[in-house]
Design a protein around this ligand. Structure first.
Ligand SMILES: [Zn+2]
Length: 495
């Protein structure tokens, strides 16, 4: 027997490898070798790779698709404890003052930890291996603790970087209030978040705290700069945050042009199209990622393309609250013109499930329907947005997003033993349109096998679900909120 020249920790064999490299290489009977340090050593034909590497462990994919882990670009990770609580009849302009504000003034560190733990488990089960948190976990270390426990890659931001929270204009259509020099939407937010910054000085004292995590370039949990946006940040704060992100060479992540109302509020305070103004001030840049960006003008599309700014497209969140990203969004058009587009699930009550297969499907399908053109976006576009697009939008394009030698080993292995994966005609189309996350079988993050045969290797799922249910009930009870069963009235029909 000949000795193999090199050693690997893990070998994935007999895989339909969707590499997502620059040439969109697919290896029909391929293999991936992974080092003990969690890096991809080599990707290639099964015969060649298996002859080259002796591995401590081998996983046989049995011909099933293997692809880079999906990257969630817009997520509020602490909202899982009230998933499903906001009724369909609630208008968004009431959601913060009637619920979210009270949630933030009631939630504990342990609640946040459990909520993020559940979010991480849900993402991994659906083939997502990395997420960028939107900067709304009050104690980011709780998110870090949960991410590390599940073994998922996380990019965290400081909580509530804002200096004019009263400007919060999410979904709010009131007319302009007088008496505010910088903010067109003064006094719209009534609930004060006790644990969030209240002034610019307080926001600046928090800004950049999460960047300490980046001292280890291979850390599983890293930091970025998150600014809440939607009218809550002065331009001074936005520019300071941008400088902070530039100096640390990380992504600046901010909500932008989500609803018609906040887009209009920004247009009023800037005196022109918001992105055009941000282009002129130098804020718009390659390291900026806008959450949503559902309402852009032609001029804004041009400057966004010019600067290489990313968008975290969250189709379900818009559809859930009726903001029109499917009808009016420019995402698909921008994507076809070369823009950087990733995908986001936002939060429970905004899209309710953390499954980027669903988001990518909605993105592709709605674009086709609106354009009345089957060819406008194809399955490969959706998979690219969820992998390479996401990696770029969270600032990790050199380390994740594709299966290539040297990158971190964040790998999803599917199974063909699902009715949706039969017959094996076209693997990409069967995966994208039929099985999606249902066929996720094994998930490897940073070289560690986290999920195997759909089960977590090192977590007691049933016990954690019970703990989360208990914490959720206790939280809602402390908030004085009752969720009555069968409280949904009969749908209104006619007059
Ligand atoms: Zn958001």
């Amino acid at each position: 027997m000949s000795r193999k020249p090199e050693t690997a920790e893990l070998l994935i064999r007999h895989a339909y490898v969707i590499t997502m490299d620059d040439s969109a290489t697919i290896i029909e009977n391929g293999a991936v070798a992974v080092s003990g340090e969690g890096r991809i050593l080599a990707v290639g034909d099964d015969a060649e790779i298996s002859a080259r590497y002796a591995a401590s462990r081998t996983i046989d994919a049995k011909g099933a698709p293997v692809h880079p882990g999906f990257v969630e670009c817009h997520l509020h990770a602490s909202y899982h404890l009230f998933r499903g609580v906001l009724p369909d009849q609630l208008v968004e302009s009431d959601s913060f003052d009637t619920f979210e504000g009270h949630f933030y003034n009631t939630v504990t560190d342990e609640d946040e930890y459990l909520s993020v733990l559940l979010a991480c488990m849900e993402m991994v089960r659906n083939g997502t291996t990395c997420f960028m948190e939107a900067g709304t976990v009050l104690t980011p270390e709780m998110a870090a603790r949960a991410a590390r426990q599940v073994g998922v890659r996380a990019v965290l931001g400081d909580a509530f970087i804002w200096d004019q929270p009263q400007g919060f204009s999410q979904g709010k259509n009131e007319t302009r209030d007088e008496g505010c020099a910088t903010c067109a939407a003064q006094a719209r937010l009534h609930t004060v978040l006790e644990r969030a910054p209240k002034t610019r000085a307080e926001a600046l004292s928090v800004l950049g705290t999460q960047l300490q995590r980046n001292s280890d370039p291979d850390a599983l949990v890293t930091g970025h700069v998150a600014v809440l946006g939607l009218g809550t940040a002065s331009e001074e704060l936005m520019m300071t945050a941008k400088a902070c992100a530039d100096a640390a060479k990380v992504t600046l992540n901010i909500h932008q042009s989500y609803s018609p109302a906040d887009t209009e509020a920004d247009r009023q305070r800037f005196g022109k199209d918001p992105l055009v103004h941000l282009f002129e001030t130098g804020f718009l840049d390659r390291n900026v990622t806008f959450g949503h960006a559902n309402h852009l003008t032609d001029a804004e599309c041009e400057v966004l393309l010019d600067r290489g700014t990313s968008i975290a497209w969250a189709p379900a969140a818009s559809m859930m609250w009726g903001h029109g990203s499917a009808l009016h969004g420019r995402h698909a058009e921008l994507w076809r013109r070369g823009a950087s587009i990733g995908l986001g699930s936002d939060s429970p009550n905004w899209s309710n499930d953390f499954d980027l297969w669903r988001q990518s499907n909605l993105a592709v399908m709605t674009a086709r329907d609106v354009k009345m053109d089957r060819t406008y976006l194809v399955a490969e576009d959706g998979i690219y947005m969820a992998t390479r697009g996401g990696a770029r939008a969270v600032g990790l394009e050199t380390s994740i997003g594709s299966l290539e030698a040297g990158k971190r080993a964040d790998i999803v292995i599917h199974t063909l033993d699902r009715p949706e994966m039969v017959p094996s005609t076209n693997m990409i189309r069967n995966l994208f349109y039929a099985s999606r996350s249902k066929s996720v079988h094994t998930v490897i993050i940073d070289g560690r096998v986290i999920l195997e045969q759909g089960r977590f290797c090192a977590l007691d799922e049933v016990e954690i679900y019970a703990e989360v249910r208990k914490a959720s009930a206790a939280l809602l009870s402390r908030m004085g909120h009752t969720v009555a069963p069968n409280a949904v009235p009969r749908p209104r029909r006619g007059a």
